[in-house]
Design a protein around this ligand. Sequence first.
Ligand SMILES: CC(C)(COP(=O)(O)OP(=O)(O)OC[C@H]1O[C@@H](n2cnc3c(N)ncnc32)[C@H](O)[C@@H]1OP(=O)(O)O)[C@@H](O)C(=O)NCCC(=O)NCCS
Length: 192
Amino acid sequence: MSEEVDLRLERFPQKRLGVTLRVLTTDDVDAMFQLHRSPGVYEGLLTIPRKPDRAWSQECTEKLCESMTKGEGSLLLAEHDGEVVGSVGLGIKWKHGHGGLGYLLKESVRGKGIASCMLQMVLDHGFDDIGLNRIWADTFMDNEASRRLLIRNGFVHEGVKRQAYHKEDRYLDVDMWAMLVTDPRPWKEQQA
Ligand SMILES: CC(C)(COP(=O)(O)OP(=O)(O)OC[C@H]1O[C@@H](n2cnc3c(N)ncnc32)[C@H](O)[C@@H]1OP(=O)(O)O)[C@@H](O)C(=O)NCCC(=O)NCCS
């Protein structure tokens, strides 16, 4: 990995409001399997099968760890009360200074602000530690929880990408969201 593509993963683990974010390892297959099979995850994401098995989660974990070693992106796990409850990933295009987000939480811990907490940590990391200019997310139009999460944390709605992805024999529109390094980060204002 060259200096320009340093993911600065040594900054983790990090803790905010009882949520610890740490780097995924190949030992996390079982934790990833529990996350992948949580209700609503298949519906909210593009790449997770409807019924993932452990072998799929293992392959996915290994690929993500490998892509981290190549500097293509980071995958961080969120722990709360000693349990892995969520993940947040950043796929990075270094040439353009942007990172694409993917995140999910176990169903049992949704609605408590844990996703907001992990999102805030990864955004601060992406902008302040590794110098990204833009962090973006695409959400399916019916993903209300994800839409609320992004709005609550200061993302700007940039429009709708029509028929952007193919899933279950249908082309699906997605909402496009992004934050620039120069945009306000609401949690910083609250901390000030
Ligand atoms: C998208 C997802 C991560 C959002 O999780 P979440 O728990 O709703 O998000 P937050 O952590 O921000 O919690 C927000 C809720 O907790 C409540 N809350 C409680 N305490 C809070 C706090 N301290 N800070 C923020 N919100 C808090 C909020 O009022 C909010 O409830 P509301 O949405 O009914 O208004 C989750 O629904 C999920 O994993 N879905 C499946 C996978 C998926 O769709 N991923 C996204 C792909 S684009």
